[in-house]
Design a protein around this ligand. Structure first.
Ligand code: C2O
Ligand code: CU
Ligand code: CU
Length: 503
């Protein structure tokens, strides 16, 4: 392993950090200065040594592409939550949690109109349950924390797919342990397809890539580190310094000079990414959490908070063999003056994520359609009710909704089938991705300064910036008890979750 390369890399990151951190705490600023003063050839600072004793050389490992559970080929599937040893690094194994023995977990692919049928076995020591994030399914199939199954037990999931094409995902959802289980590996993609999408002829096969982005921490034995008990800020959200894409640290992927459809999921604990490419100025946003947009929106970058998805088309047609294009985060400030673990790259730290290596020049034949799918706009005037949800921190530093720590058995909102406006008011200095089970919704408006192009599409998770109010319009079509919560994993595990009963 080339130690020097990483030092270069971290010094560069630190330089950026310093440039943009006038408002930071003294502690953090001091640290950035210290890192910057280290020349690339100098001995690494003690802290970096503790965190990344074996240096990770970016863009040397090939991107892993998840295998698929394709319901066009099988009628029934099985997943088993289990402890596994896997090669995240080529030379040493890491203990993780998986659904089939390896990472990345398989991608589920299913068509609208088909029946999803899967046996889930819990081989973990504690109760757990799988939730299908973004799917509108009956309560017993949704994976509410109250439905967690015991260690050694099996649950059968069976439900028809009735919603349109989109990039969804699955992960476990036990009360108080979701964060650590996702962090240790229990998450995968779930793609729904339909005829309308197929007709668009978007890039497919080798030109369609699912990318699950997660930042993590590793110790000197390349084992995952979760919360640092000495640093209470980790309860506000766990930031890591090693970015994995499909369970591969800072990978690379070989591409042709053609359009690619990247279906990107942020499955991190707390980090929001502002995704951009270093040498491609613009790309097309074609889909959001719960489906395709009406038409492609050209963007230079896109913000992706935890649990959100974006479907983008990036075009390598002007690239030559040998060119390299880096996907990175420009850094996104979540809150004013909020410092989490001071030893890890802050929210607004620019970081590289992965690289595309152009290895073949081909004729660019893909056409990006001008129109995608029609989105019926939910009208504020159709709403029969408006409710307000507040995001608050209460005594003891506990994150809550409406100042009430989550109680699995308390019904917080009773809703009638139909359309409602929910006003999500953030009363604190940290952004929160707000997620609802059992529905998809549209963003009506937000009173903040940033315009998010992802607000144009179907959503199931929406970022609410500090002190901002976001109004969403929600169509309730599935009766049952569901949760809504902040999707920062450490917040949902603490108490930032509530129950909604649809009748
Ligand atoms: Cu990703 Cu409660 O969900
Ligand atoms: Cu969900
Ligand atoms: Cu939160």
């Amino acid at each position: 392993m080339d130690r020097r390369y990483f030092l270069n890399y971290s010094a560069i990151t630190a330089a950026y950090l310093l440039a943009g951190c006038e408002e930071r705490s003294g502690r953090e600023e001091g640290k950035a200065r210290q890192a910057v003063s280290d020349s690339p050839a100098a001995v690494p600072p003690q802290k970096a040594e503790e965190k990344l004793p074996e240096q990770i050389m970016p863009f040397t490992q090939k991107l892993k592409i998840p295998g698929e559970i394709d319901f066009a080929q099988i009628k029934k599937a099985a997943l088993t939550a289990q402890k596994s040893q896997v090669n995240i690094f080529p030379d040493m194994q890491t203990e993780v949690l998986t659904f089939q023995g390896d990472l990345p977990n398989p991608t589920i692919r299913i068509k609208k109109g088909e029946v999803f049928d899967l046996d889930f076995m819990n081989n973990l020591a504690d109760p757990t349950i799988i939730h299908w994030h973004g799917l509108i399914v009956p309560e017993e199939m949704d994976g509410h924390p109250k439905d967690a199954i015991a260690s050694g037990a099996t649950k059968q999931y069976r439900y028809p797919i009735e919603q349109s094409a989109g990039t969804f995902w699955y992960h476990t959802h036990p009360h108080g342990r979701t964060g650590e289980e996702i962090y240790r590996g229990l998450a995968g993609f779930y793609m729904i397809e339909d005829e309308e999408e197929k007709r668009l002829n978007l890039p497919q096969g080798e030109f369609e890539l699912p990318l699950m982005i997660q930042d993590k921490r590793f110790d000197e034995k390349r084992q995952l580190r979760y919360k640092d008990p000495k640093v209470p800020q980790d309860n506000n959200g766990l930031l890591g310094d090693v970015i994995l894409v499909n369970a591969t640290p800072f990978p690379y992927h070989e591409v042709k000079s053609e359009k690619y459809r990247l279906r990107i999921l942020n499955a991190s604990s707390v980090r929001t990414y502002q995704l951009a490419f270093d040498t491609i100025g613009e790309f097309a946003l074609v889909g959001t959490d719960a489906g395709l947009l009406e038409s492609p929106v050209m963007v230079q970058s896109v913000v992706l908070s935890v649990a959100e998805r974006v479907d983008i088309i990036v075009d390598f047609k002007d690239k030559e063999v040998g060119d390299r294009v880096t996907l990175k985060t420009l850094g996104f400030k979540e809150g004013s003056n909020l410092t989490l673990h001071p030893d890890y790259p802050a929210f607004d730290a620019p970081m590289d994520i992965m690289q595309f290596h152009v290895t073949e020049k081909i004729l660019d034949t893909q056409v990006l359609p001008e129109k995608l799918i029609p989105i019926p706009r939910l009208q504020a005037s159709d709403a029969v009710n408006t409710r307000r949800i507040t995001m608050e921190i209460i005594a003891g530093g506990i994150w809550t909704l409406d100042q009430k720590p989550f109680d699995m058995h308390r019904v917080d909102q009773r809703v009638k089938l139909g359309t409602e406006i929910w006003e999500i008011k953030n009363s604190v200095h940290m952004a929160h991705p707000f997620h609802m089970h059992g529905v998809r919704f549209q963003v009506l408006d937000r009173d903040g300064k940033i315009a998010f192009p992802t607000d144009k599409g179907w959503k199931d998770t929406v970022i609410v910036m500090p002190f901002e109010t976001v109004r969403i319009i929600v169509h309730f079509t599935m009766p049952g008890l569901f949760v809504y919560h902040c999707h920062i994993l450490e917040h949902e595990d603490q108490a930032m979750m509530a129950n909604l009963l649809v009748e």
